[in-house]
Design a protein around this ligand. Structure first.
Ligand code: DGT
Ligand code: CA
Ligand code: CA
Ligand code: ZN
Length: 581
């Protein structure tokens, strides 16, 4: 199987993941080697910088400085950038011509199951898989059964409903880098991101960029020859559409300086928001479109940026994140748009993993990294024993772990390190550690990780019991959904939020791009119960703290103010806010 030059992070990460899948099912290699490839795939997949840039700048040495990337894997990555091929990958794929990458994305299908489907039914790709589901061939297989087939069917539907859109966490860094390059080229005056990415939606359909320039030809030439671009789909003097290598389209629009404000207002969207703004314009005797806000004399009165459009219409400025026609228009007309929480408000991070469970960095490394980006405190929340795959610790191990935290605290200045854990909420709603261990923590974060398919009533009971135990301060990634990968757990959110409100339990906004949990709509719902929030990164690596921007974007889409976010508090106030027992 031939591949295009494999230079983008996603392709490399997927190849490494597939190597891990094949090594795993081959069963001839050590578990260690399989894990090494998975770890490397994960690192590359989460990298905000382009791995190609790192390699070009600092060679294989530079690659080896990345978490979990040793000499061998660094060599393979270098090879794929240099030649467009990874020998090891090609060899393994020849032996196992199975699309592990696509099929393991189906919730519930791991590498081993995919391999079994290949051996027994000859299923090599998604198309074969879908056919087998339709023909009910999978339910007859040993180890699968009717329920399993039904789950695969649901999983495929879930995947398809989200395909075509990309996670904000993958799309936004790409947009940033394209915009930076256009700015640096000096060919354009204004360069602005628009569309759903500017509004920080959790997934985006395509990227939209607006520029002003006096040489549209040159800008379009520059844009279409960028290395990020896979194919030019449409090229014109005012609009060019390209397919980016990362697997999403990007529209670049050239607008005149006098139209810029109206164009930005229009293309930031959302469409529903725009429809309302246009109605208001008409009522006030204007005509509004992407070219301008025109008065009765057909003169454009909104010159500047998008805020000019709103100002001329007698509306208060609304941040892009809330432009969804969900009440922002009414508040804007009354001048009552709230000030939303910002990255700069965040003082600490209350969900951080280390290499004491499934993280890749030490307590001190995580603290240093957090300090370097201005955090004043972090809470260490490693996993508990019910998560053996994540190296979860039992009560005894936590004693040693806490002593290690104490030692790290002594060796670092300028940041406080809090003792906590990400405690599993067990099947019956009890917590995965003894009360005496919980008592030693500064606060307690609890999450559901296992038995995700419980019936609604049971799941609600389970979570309500945990939240009313008096021991839970924060509920971690409350719905446990994975965007495009796993449905939220089935529970009565109203009951859960009511219980949280009654017991002073804070809801987390997990900033990891594939989670963003709670998501915008559930934040609005929880907010209605008077619940407070913690916007955390769930970092598993010193490099992960930067995902906070996605959590903040989501919080803003959920209309949160600084006062509703506990980790915007100074440490002493935060500690006081956790209930004492
Ligand atoms: P996406 O790309 O599906 O994630 O979502 P958007 O919001 O980026 O949508 P897109 O790329 O189709 O269009 C960008 C913006 O342009 C959109 O947010 C609002 C504006 N727009 C597009 N089509 C229309 C329309 O038919 N009417 C109005 N009023 N605005 C539109
Ligand atoms: Ca778009
Ligand atoms: Ca678009
Ligand atoms: Zn978790």
């Amino acid at each position: 199987m031939k591949r295009n030059i494999a230079v983008d992070n996603k392709t490399i990460s997927e190849m490494l993941e597939e190597i891990a899948d094949i090594l795993e099912v081959e069963g001839e290699r050590s578990r260690f080697e399989v894990l090494a490839y998975r770890k490397a795939a994960d690192t590359i997949g989460n990298l905000q910088e382009r791995v190609e840039d790192i390699y070009r700048k600092s060679g294989t040495e530079g690659l080896m400085e990345l978490q979990g990337i040793g000499k061998g894997i660094a060599g393979s990555i270098a090879e794929s950038i240099d030649t467009g091929h990874m020998k090891k990958y090609d060899l393994l794929k020849k032996k196992f011509p199975v699309d592990f990458n696509a099929m393991t994305k189906v919730p519930g299908l791991g590498a081993k199951k995919v391999y079994k489907l290949y051996l027994e039914l000859g299923i090599r790709n998604m198309k074969n898989l879908k056919e087998a589901v339709v023909k009910h061939r999978i339910m007859k297989l040993e180890g699968f059964g009717e329920r399993s087939e039904g789950e695969i069917k649901k999983g495929i539907a879930l995947l398809e409903s989200s395909s075509g859109r990309m996670l904000l966490g993958n799309a936004l860094p790409e947009a940033d880098s394209i915009i930076k390059k256009i700015k640096e080229s000096g060919l354009a005056e204004k360069v602005e991101l628009a569309g759903s990415a500017r509004r920080m939606r959790e997934t985006v359909g395509d990227l939209d960029i607006l520029v002003t320039t006096n040489d549209s030809e040159k800008v379009m030439d520059f844009f279409t020859s960028m290395k990020e671009i896979g194919r030019v789909l449409l090229r014109g003097p005012t609009k060019t559409t390209v397919a980016l290598k990362i697997g999403i389209n990007c529209d670049l629009r050239v607008v005149s300086t006098s139209s810029f404000g109206a164009a930005l207002q229009y293309f930031v969207g959302s469409k529903d928001h725009n429809v309302r703004v246009r109605e208001i314009a008409i009522k006030k005797g204007y005509k509004l479109n992407e070219y301008g806000l025109f008065n009765k004399k057909n003169r454009n009165v909104a010159v500047g940026d998008d805020s000019e459009v709103y100002r001329k219409l007698g509306m208060q400025y609304m941040p892009p994140e809330i432009r969804e026609n969900k009440g922002e228009i009414e508040l804007s007309l009354k001048g009552k748009v709230p000030r939303l929480v910002e990255i700069a408000d965040i003082k600490g991070d209350l969900h951080v993993h280390t290499n004491h469970s499934d993280g890749s960095s030490s307590i001190s490394e995580m603290a240093e990294a957090a300090k370097s980006i201005g955090r004043e405190y972090i809470g260490i929340t490693d996993h508990t024993k019910s998560e053996p795959v994540a190296n979860g610790m039992d009560d005894k191990k936590f004693m040693k772990h806490f002593a290690d935290i104490d030692r790290a605290v002594k060796n670092i200045e300028g940041i406080s390190i809090l003792k906590s854990a990400e405690i599993d909420i067990l099947k019956d709603g009890s917590l995965d550690l003894k009360d005496s261990t919980l008592d030693m923590m500064d606060y307690r974060l609890a999450s559901v990780h296992t038995n995700l398919k419980m019936p609604r009533e049971e799941m609600t009971k389970r979570v309500v019991k945990a939240l009313s135990s008096g021991y839970v301060d924060i509920m971690g990634h409350p719905t446990d959904r994975i965007i495009g990968g796993r449905e939220p757990i089935n529970m009565d959110l109203d009951k859960v939020f009511q219980t949280a409100a009654d017991n002073g339990v804070v809801m987390e906004i997990d900033s990891f791009p594939g989670r963003l949990d709670l998501g915008d709509e559930n934040i609005i719902k929880a907010k209605g119960y008077g619940i407070k929030f913690s916007i955390d990164t769930d970092s598993h690596d010193a490099d992960h703290f930067k995902v906070l921007r996605y959590g903040i974007g989501t919080a803003r889409r959920g209309w949160l103010a600084k006062s509703e976010v506990i980790n915007a508090l100074q440490l002493e106030k935060l500690i006081k806010s956790f209930r004492k027992f």
